[in-house]
Design a protein around this ligand. Sequence first.
Ligand code: ZN
Length: 132
Amino acid sequence: MGRLPQGADLLEALTELCARENITAGEVRAIGALTKAVLGFYSQKNREYEYLTLEHPLEIVSLLGDVSLKEGRPFVHAHVSLGDEQGHLWGGHLAPGSEVFSCEVMLVEYQTDKPFERGFDQGTGLLLWPMG
Ligand code: ZN
């Protein structure tokens, strides 16, 4: 459990935390606030992410993510629900460019018997986990 620095890029800070603690499989949860956010939406038709930038303060109502290996390095995949000052909710895939105002993180490490690595999935065009 810990706090992320003000002004940090949320996704980068989570990834750096996993790298520093050598966490290669796990779960991440967080609450806090952002000064701005970038949310991704994966276009299933075009097979690429489309991005929405919100240039105003937001509450991190919830952040839920996982940690696995991508190309041999810890990789955080997280989705966020963000609330604005009217109580309206925005949400999506957490993208680089989301700036921390304050953030409390709970990171849980999982033990795996072999490296838990993402691989290319033909059906979606995404780098996904192995089948469970
Ligand atoms: Zn996602």
